[in-house]
Design a protein around this ligand. Sequence first.
Ligand SMILES: Nc1nc2c(ncn2[C@@H]2O[C@H](COP(=O)(O)OP(=O)(O)OP(=O)(O)O)[C@@H](O)[C@H]2O)c(=O)[nH]1
Ligand SMILES: C=C(OP(=O)(O)O)C(=O)O
Length: 244
Amino acid sequence: MVWTLVVPVKPLALAKSRLARGAGEEARAGLALAFAVDTVAAALACAAVRDVVVVTGDPLAGAELTALGARVVAEPGGPGGLNGALAHGARSVRSERPDTAVATLNADLPALRPAELARVLDSAAEFPRTFLADAAGIGTTLLAAAPGMELAPAFEGHSRARHLGSGAREIGLAGVDSVRRDVDTEEDLRAALALGVGPRTAAAVGASAGAHGAWGGRLMRQGPVDGAQPHEAPAAERSAPCAD
Ligand SMILES: Nc1nc2c(ncn2[C@@H]2O[C@H](COP(=O)(O)OP(=O)(O)OP(=O)(O)O)[C@@H](O)[C@H]2O)c(=O)[nH]1
Ligand SMILES: C=C(OP(=O)(O)O)C(=O)O
């Protein structure tokens, strides 16, 4: 089964507020954009992914992600927030191709590897509606709806429990750390760096080393966080076809 991914991107000036505390306000937008670019690039390199639809109202993110090969759908108006944006993106996809398998993927997965994403999507194809919990075990990084199923996104906060309660089946795969590794905090970013991040994120962290009180330099010098397993050849695997 091949999938259309719906990737939500919050306006960069508002995104990653928890990271801005350490990195500084100026670095916030650059880091948020870098995460989104690396996430979408890895998703587009995955053979289980047919195409990527980005839902955003941010012009810079929209332009950069379009240049990578994603299709941008404008943020819907109204108070819907993240779930409204995801439902809007899924409706847009299904209005053109009603039988498409649709999955959401958060845009803050800078260590994402195509092969791991393929394993998750292959597993998702076995059930009508599935999700992958984030690294913390509280949230969700991917929610998938097979053809004919409503996505019914219930993100924000304790979304793992909410998605379970809504009848979605949890994907219990081991070895897909890069798909679970969302980055909200400085500690999350350290864990992502230990896994091996994409080139835009590496450059953005490096830039913040010079410009923002050596914050990025400190992050890069620190060793892997407990339990993180560095990939041996991150760059090579990231660009490889996704079949395991
Ligand atoms: N299009 C869209 N995307 C959103 C919205 N809110 C969150 N997102 C995206 O949803 C994903 C998960 O969001 P969070 O992890 O909460 O990211 P965030 O809101 O940037 O981070 P914090 O400011 O720390 O809460 C990321 O890809 C965000 O860019 C929204 O209102 N619209
Ligand atoms: C939006 C979510 O993520 P976070 O915990 O990263 O805000 C979520 O998991 O529903």
